[in-house]
Structure formats: C-alpha cells, structure tokens
Design a binder for this molecule. Sequence first.
Ligand code: SAH
Length: 325
Amino acid sequence: MTPLERALRERIRVEGAISVDAFMHACNSYYYATRDPLGRDGDFTTAPEVSQMFGEMVGAALADCRKRGGAPADAIYAELGPGRGTLAADALRVLCSAGFRGEVHFVETSPVLREVQAEAIEGALWHDSVEDLPAKPLLLVANEFLDALPVRQFVGGVERRVVIAAGGLAFDRDGEVVEDSPARAEAVAGVARRLVEKGGAALFIDYGHATSAPGETLQAVRGHHFAPVLDRPGEQDLTAHVDFEQVARCARDAGAAVSAVVSQGKWLIRLGIEARAQALSRANPERADDIEAALRRLTSPDEMGTLFKVIAIHSPQWPAPAGFA
Ligand code: SAH
C-alpha cells in the first residue's frame, strides 16, 4: 500500500466517502510534490519534451501577439505548470530575440519541479496560484496544466465518491459519468480577469474535446502505460480530458475574447513548424530523422496532432493570436 493510500483510507474512515475531485487533488498534490514525472525514465512525455520546435512555436505566437499588442514594457511571460521549464526556455529564446525583456512568472506548486525550473530559467519568480500573478499584461501559456486539475464526476446527477470496499478503494456508484471541474473554471476565469484588466493573451494547450459531452475521461498513467485510476494513489499521474467548450465559456463570462478551438497539428503547421523543421534539419543533418519524427509526433492526426487542442483567450483590447483562423 502506498503512503498516500494509507492516509486516504484513514481519512475515509474518519470523514466518510470522499469526492472524486478531492481524491484527484490529494493524489496529484502528492505525486507532483515528490518527483519529476517527465520524460523517458518518468511516467509521461509532453510536447515540449518531444522537441524544441513546440516551445519555439509558442514563443513565436506570443512574440507576434506582443508586437501587435503594442509591446508594453511591463508585459510578463507567465506559465502555468511549467514542468521542467523546457517550454519556457524554448519560448523565451524566441520572445527575447524579438525584443522581449520582461519578467518570468511561474505558477507551480511542486517544490521538486520548482527546483528543476530554477535550473532552466534564471531569475524566474514562483506563485502558488493564478490569483498571485502580478497585475501586468500577460503573455501566458499552459501546456498540459488543466488536465492535471481535479474533476468531479456525477452518475445520474449524484456526485461520485471513493469508498473502501472489499478491503480496497472503490467508487460508490457506476453508470454513465458526467465530469466537470470547478478547479479548471477558477484557473481559466482567473487568467481571463487579468487579461481583461491589464491586457495580454493566453494559450491553453491540452488533450480534450472541442465541445462538451458526457463520458468518463479520468485516467491514470504510470511508466508510459495506462493503469486503473484507483491503483497506487500518489504514485501515478491522474488526468482528465479538457472540455474546451467549458474553458471558452469561463473566459467569455469573465469578459475575455476567445479564439476558435483548433487541433494542435493544424495550429503548429499554421505557425510554420514545417519550415522550422526544415531549417533545423539543414543546420543539423545528422539529426534530420529525429527532427522529422518529432514533427510527425507533434502534428500527425494519429499521434498528438488531433487529440491535443489549442485555445487562445485574450484581452478584447488586444489583437487575436495567430494560428486560429
Ligand atoms: N507544462 C509542462 C508540465 C506538464 S505536467 C510540460 O508540458 O511539460 C503538469 C504541471 O502542472 C507540473 O509542473 C505540475 O507540478 C503542475 N501542477 C499540477 N497541479 C498544479 C496545481 N494545482 N497548481 C500549480 N501547478 C500544478
């Protein structure tokens, strides 16, 4: 039994059954606080860890937006859940070569990952939540952040809970599941309010669906394989598909302008990732096969290209980010 499972069983004995979002919150807080889960030796690999081209396209999109937004001197680069800081390093290289000189702010709760990020990005500043970001124009990105935030599950309108049954953790009811996520709504609304007040643009990239639909999407990944959700609490990554229709609604309700939801593949291609891959291959012919494979992994419909989606939210005073029309 994992240490967290022991603690959760005790909590259930004292408090009674716990909601799915409380379970997911407890598991992911423990999981991220105790390890760097990214990469081949970890549990999963994300787009910025596949290739520098991903972060470069994010940087190009934000640099273009910044310029068309009047390049305010107090604009900051902000990232939610920056992982190893790889995306920030690649994006900031492009942003800085386009004249960006602003501060770098990270929203990250894991002390282990904060240390890894500090190695990657000199002078970064950390916050525990979106609400703590400074009141300045934002150039913000969040890749695979929303999927890690807790979801609630409902079966027949009743909230699903985790109980102890037959000596193990179990769900208290089965049936057609509907999910929602107050934690995501709060994070998106927090970013949107900042954008409306101070200007700027934000990109949210994640796997999920463009329109709301019922269905259970909560999943666990460990060592690059799916595992049962209730197995080994705190030792595997719990995520759920992002409902981009809900993201758009939250941002709009807070007064922000919202882009269409586009697939990661289309978005990267519109931003010029194919030309970037060619240039990289010309400069590093010995790596041409790897670069081609990474391009395919990021953009192909049978890899990350279609499952992953991108949405931009921005201040109504700012121009819309490129790549969505
Ligand atoms: N964006 C990175 C890492 C994705 S993993 C990449 O694409 O490689 C999820 C990230 O979100 C980790 O950095 C994790 O520590 C962070 N995270 C998870 N839940 C969080 C929360 N509630 N508040 C802040 N950061 C969180």
